[in-house]
Design a protein around this ligand. Structure first.
Ligand code: GLN
Length: 315
């Protein structure tokens, strides 16, 4: 097994979990009204290894919306469906160095990468555009469920409605992108945004999100049922961009300190992938100035101090 002494690993991670609990700075995201109503004390971590060993701490049954953590999964699905050359005709591979919802494009007038809103909205527009919105949503939901090995994956309509109602910024980004021909011909912008908001409102808990992350750690094959969800290549490209762009404007520092591909979302969720080893899911709603979960980042930093998981450890 990939983690030979599972009981002692669980004990140490449990201590790291408690060590991160006292970090109470940061604030809830308020720009989506439904997220502002979350209990800020919620705190959970779950782990699933590529062998299917699982453990969890804290509020691991509490559902939360994926928000930006949906982005790498939609990107992986697009790569798997359409190939890297087609997808990257529409989106770049460079960190933006800007806040996740800024209205900006790169020098080629493409969104910087699929991990910021602009790029993720364009990626959403590529997913089965000829089908109706219901089938397109079903495809995304089914893909998330496959990543999760059919563990808990649901949808929170109130968050979807609340986000759509207050989405001036994402509409502005999208109209700006349409002006610069960022979308494929015949893209329905309003439908694309609905689908984007809906994928952000898919809900999971840390137990199921850990399995989703473990599927990425396992090269695209879900460790619970050995079913392939996406190609190896799609996973490789997704992890590359998670490493360079997954933690917003903290991505460079996170890659330096933790050295693992990760993605965070404004609900306070975060996943970390330890390639060929395990997926880690984290949930704690208070966010730092970059939009990353405060406890989650602390936990990740402590974890690589305890275990040599940093990609460039012991070279
Ligand atoms: N749904 C959010 C938005 O589009 C996702 C952003 C995030 O999680 N950082 O603003």
């Amino acid at each position: 097994l990939i983690v030979p002494d599972w009981p002692s690993f669980k004990k140490t991670v449990g201590e790291l979990f408690e060590k991160a609990r006292p970090y109470k700075d940061g604030n809830l995201a308020t720009y989506i009204p439904q997220l502002a109503r979350t209990d800020p004390e919620l705190w959970s971590v779950s782990i699933c290894t590529v062998d299917g060993q699982r453990a969890s701490w804290g509020d691991h049954n509490v559902p939360f919306c994926l928000q930006s953590v949906a982005k790498p999964f939609n990107y992986a699905a697009a790569l798997n469906l359409l190939g890297v050359d087609y997808v990257h005709k529409y989106v770049g591979q460079e960190p933006s160095g800007r806040f996740f919802n800024e209205i900006c494009l790169d020098a080629d007038k493409k969104p910087h990468n699929p991990m910021v809103n602009a790029g993720a909205i364009v990626v959403t527009s590529l997913l089965n555009p000829k089908e109706g919105l219901s089938d397109r949503f079903d495809f995304i939901l089914k893909t998330m469920r496959k990543f999760a090995g059919e563990q808990f994956v649901s949808f929170k309509n109130s968050v979807f409605l609340s986000e759509r109602e207050t989405a001036d910024r994402n509409y502005a980004i999208s109209y700006y992108m349409r002006e610069h021909n960022c979308f494929p011909p015949n893209t329905n912008l309003v439908e694309t945004l609905d689908l984007y908001f809906q994928s952000c409102s898919i809900s999971v808990n840390t137990d199921s999100l850990a399995v989703m992350a473990a599927t990425l750690a396992n090269g695209g094959v879900c460790p619970l049922n050995n079913e392939r969800v996406v190609s190896n290549r799609a996973v490789r490209d997704t992890l590359s961009l998670m490493l360079s762009c997954g933690m917003y404007d903290y991505s460079g520092q996170f890659a330096f300190k933790v050295g693992l591909p990760a993605k965070s979302g404004v609900s306070g969720d975060m996943m970390i992938v330890v390639p060929n080893c395990m997926g880690i899911a984290i949930y704690s709603p208070r966010l730092d100035q970059f939009g990353n979960t405060v406890r989650g980042v602390k936990f990740a930093e402590h974890l690589v101090e305890s275990y040599n998981l940093h990609h460039y450890d012991s070279l």
